[in-house]
Design a protein around this ligand. Structure first.
Ligand code: CDP
Length: 223
């Protein structure tokens, strides 16, 4: 069974996807972590972020391992190096949505993701999971929340991770990223036609996870 969870930054995707995977005993796939890891590689190599060809090559050749661990995020290992924290820095976050616009990058990433989710039960989180990566998913959720609340959540998270976070700057960065993610030609962020929209403004994590579990149960009965 595949559960697809898409939505913009700060909508609560990661928290809900992780909790849901744990509750259901499914494997969690954070597709954003893959895009972030490739972006870090590209930055380290001084690659031109406008060069889709080169970035596609870097994506194809990248060996990225994701490990579950008892932490807020998955552990991400690139070429034997633990980059879990580094890929969440504002520098890498901003660059990631620039790298992610390129069709060559997305094509290479599609293969990697499909390979991973081919066998087993997965909760997959991202921007284009319901529309492109797993269009046949058993359940598709698209999480949203008001921009102000999304920015507050992200600022609090950055502070927890030791990054300076000015609320206005965080909001501007999120808005720019959402705009880039939803207006790109290749696999833009949007809800699939058969996705269930869930507005998480004012809801706590347990409420959202509870609703998601209920929806998975219903989807399971239908299947
Ligand atoms: O956690 P947050 O929503 O802030 O970011 P993320 O899910 O880690 O994704 C970081 C960036 O990767 C996004 O802004 C997108 O540009 C890109 N991404 C994508 O294009 N497609 C995906 N399936 C996942 C992420």
């Amino acid at each position: 069974m595949i559960v697809a969870i898409d939505g913009p930054a700060g909508s609560g995707k990661s928290t809900v996807a992780r909790a849901l995977a744990r509750r259901l005993g499914f494997t969690y796939l954070d597709s954003g972590a893959l895009y972030r890891a490739v972006t870090l590689l590209a930055l380290d190599r001084g690659a031109n972020l406008d060069d889709g060809q080169e970035l596609g090559r870097i994506t194809r050749d990248a060996s990225i391992e994701l490990h579950e661990r008892d932490h807020h995020y998955v552990q991400v290992v690139v070429d034997g190096r633990d980059v879990s924290e580094e890929i969440r820095s504002p520098r890498v976050t901003g660059a990631t949505s620039k790298v992610a616009v390129h069709a060559q990058v997305r094509d290479a990433m599609l293969g990697k993701q499909r390979e991973l989710i081919e066998n087993g039960d997965y909760v997959v989180e991202g921007r284009d999971i319901g529309t492109v990566v797993a269009p046949g998913a058993d359940l598709k959720l698209f999480l949203t929340a008001e921009a102000g609340e999304r920015a507050r959540r992200r600022a609090a998270e950055l502070e927890r991770r030791g990054h300076a976070a000015d609320a206005e700057q965080v909001r501007a960065a999120i808005e720019e990223r959402d705009r880039r993610d939803s207006t790109r030609a290749a696999a833009p962020m949007r809800p699939a036609e058969d996705a269930i929209l869930l507005d998480t403004t004012g809801l706590d994590v347990d409420e959202v996870v509870g609703r998601a579990v209920e929806l998975v149960r219903r989807a399971g009965t239908r299947a």
